[in-house]
Design a protein. Structure first.
Lengths: 125, 125
């Protein structure tokens, strides 16, 4: 059997349910097409990264890639998240890679252009 | 002549130059393919929305659509930005429409799936 690999889509989290719902919708195409992918929140909402890691580890997964649902890296991604990951790695004996925030990938800029083109069509309509 | 319409890509802004550079890159495909589009910052960086509006108004533009480069709507988009827009509309006598945050458009979820697929390929490589 190949070594299962888990993707964690990491959102900031909020006590506002509508905010989390937007991220759950953003995650849907990924969750639908990529097995072993899950959403987690840095704070203020559940599940946490640690919850996801503990569950997946119990089923034999030891490799994780964390993809931050953040447009750019601020203090959270430069400091808080790496610290959280270091702690989870120690606690659970897993391997975790923190990917760049999604906003650094060219796909996002292209999606933004498509969104703006739709907005222009609305304004002209 | 058709009535020129200006798109404003609105990012949060930061005193961290690297943060703003990420948003400038995100804006590039839009700025390249859509005439009369510009990036502006809500705070902590320049140009502001008002700077863009004042410049465009001086050249005859009176219609603006603000597309928030935010994944989800929090307090800023529910309260602060609408207040700023109301003030600019009063000051400059223009018409401004605030679009949904980009994260509410399905293109974004699809782009995230594409990003994750690339991350998986890296992890397998």
């Amino acid at each position: 059997m190949s070594n299962p690999h888990q993707i964690i889509l990491l959102a900031h989290g909020s006590s506002d349910k509508r905010w989390c719902e937007t991220f759950e919708k953003l995650a849907e195409p990924t969750l639908r097409s990529i097995e072993n992918s899950a959403i987690a929140y840095m704070e203020l909402a559940e599940p946490s990264m640690e919850t996801i890691v503990a569950q997946a580890k119990a089923q034999g997964t030891e490799q994780f890639t964390v993809v931050p649902l953040f447009l750019a890296a601020g203090r959270h991604l430069r400091k808080d998240v790496p610290e959280m990951i270091e702690e989870i790695v120690k606690q659970h004996g897993v391997s975790m890679r923190l990917a760049d925030p999604i906003g650094q990938n060219p796909h996002l800029g292209e999606a933004i252009r498509d969104v703006v083109q739709e907005e222009l069509a609305k304004s002209a309509g």
